[in-house]
Ligand binder design. Structure first.
Ligand code: ADP
Ligand code: MG
Length: 291
C-alpha cells in the first residue's frame, strides 16, 4: 500500500538522487530574469529554489539579487549588511561581479551576488549615469560568465518596473514570470509585457518571455484552477506543466537561510521546484535542437 510516509520517502529519495543528474549543461550560459512588478508572487522564492534545483542537476548557478530588500540573499544565507560588496557596486562599475559573488552554504556551485540596502538609492542614482540601462549587462559580460564557469544566471527583480528591472531585462535573453494562482493574478501583467516589448524593441532584441511559472497553487480552490487555465490559454507552451503548490514549508525555509531542497527535501515544494527546473533544462534542449 502507498502510505503517506512511503510517498514522502520516495520523494526524498528523488531529491537526494535526482533522476535528472547528468543532464547536459547548456551550450551557453542562460541568463533568466525573474520579473513581475507585483510583490509577493513568488519571484524570490522561485529564484532561490530553482537555482538550488538546477545546482542539484549538476549546473553552476548564480543568483543576482536585484531587490534592495535582499530577500534572495537572506534565503541563501549570504551576508548583505550595508557596506558588503554587492550588486550595487557592480552597477556603479566600482567592482566586478566576481568580487561580489559568494558561494551559498547550500553548495559551492550555487553562488549569489547579494543586494544591500544601498541598492535602494540606485534607482535614482542610475538616472543620471551613462548607459544607465546597460549597467547589469556590462557586469554580466561573456568573459565574466565564462571565468565563473556559469550555466545559469537568475536575476531576482524588485517589485517595480523601474530602472533596476529594466537593467535586468536588458541583461537577460529570457524572462521568467511567476504568476500567483490568486485573484488579480493577471492584473498588471499587460503592463509588464508592454515593458518587456519596449525593452526588446529598443534595447535588447533577443529578449523574450520563455517561461511562466504558476506559484502558490491551492488545489482546494476553484479559483486556482480558473487562473491556471486562463494563464495556459493565454501563454500556451511557455507555461511550465509543473505548478508550485502553496506550502508552509516553502515559506519557512528562508527563515533558516535554506532553500526548500535543503530544508525539507522530501516535501512537495522541493519536488515541484525540482520538476520545474527539469522542464527549464529540457526547454534548453529544444532550443538547441532548433538552432
Ligand atoms: P516576491 O519575491 O515576488 O515578492 P516571495 O517569493 O518573497 O515573492 O513570496 C512572497 C511570500 O509568499 C513570502 O513570504 C514567501 O515565503 C511566500 N511564498 C512563496 N511561495 C510560496 C509557496 N509556494 N507556498 C507558500 N508560501 C509561499
Ligand atoms: Mg522578492
Amino acid at each position: 500500500m502507498w502510505t503517506p510516509i512511503a510517498e514522502e520517502a520516495e520523494r526524498a529519495a528523488r531529491v537526494l538522487h535526482p533522476s535528472g543528474q547528468g543532464m547536459p549543461r547548456p551550450a551557453q550560459c542562460r541568463i533568466m530574469t525573474i520579473a513581475n512588478q507585483k510583490g509577493g508572487v513568488g519571484k524570490t522564492t522561485s529564484a532561490v529554489n530553482l537555482a538550488a534545483a538546477l545546482t542539484s542537476y549538476g549546473m553552476r548557478v548564480l543568483v543576482v539579487d536585484l531587490d534592495p530588500q535582499g530577500n534572495a540573499s537572506t534565503a541563501l544565507a549570504v551576508e548583505h549588511t550595508s557596506g558588503t560588496a554587492s550588486v550595487y557596486e557592480c552597477l556603479l562599475g566600482e567592482i566586478g561581479l566576481t568580487d561580489a559573488a559568494v558561494p551559498s552554504t547550500q553548495s559551492p556551485d550555487l553562488l549569489c551576488v547579494p543586494a544591500t540596502i544601498d541598492l535602494a538609492g540606485a534607482e535614482i542614482e542610475l538616472v543620471s549615469m551613462v548607459a544607465r540601462e546597460q549597467r547589469l549587462q556590462q557586469a554580466l559580460s561573456h568573459q565574466v560568465l565564462d571565468s565563473m564557469d556559469l550555466d545559469y544566471v537568475l536575476v531576482d527583480c524588485p517589485p517595480s518596473l523601474g530602472l533596476l528591472t529594466v537593467n535586468a531585462l536588458v541583461a537577460a535573453e529570457e524572462v521568467l514570470i511567476p504568476i500567483q494562482c490568486e485573484y488579480y493574478a493577471l492584473e498588471g501583467l499587460g503592463q509588464l509585457l508592454n515593458n518587456i516589448e519596449l525593452v526588446r524593441a529598443h534595447l535588447n532584441p533577443r529578449l523574450h518571455v520563455s517561461t511562466i511559472l504558476l506559484t502558490m497553487y491551492d488545489g482546494r480552490t476553484k479559483l486556482a484552477d480558473q487562473v491556471t487555465s486562463e494563464v495556459r490559454q493565454h501563454f500556451g507552451e511557455r507555461v511550465l506543466r509543473t505548478v508550485i503548490p502553496r506550502s508552509v514549508k516553502v515559506s519557512e525555509a528562508p527563515g533558516f537561510g535554506q532553500t526548500i531542497l535543503a530544508y525539507d527535501p522530501g516535501s512537495r515544494g522541493a519536488m515541484s521546484y525540482l520538476d520545474a527546473a527539469k522542464e527549464i533544462v529540457e526547454d534548453q534542449r529544444r532550443v538547441e535542437s532548433r538552432r
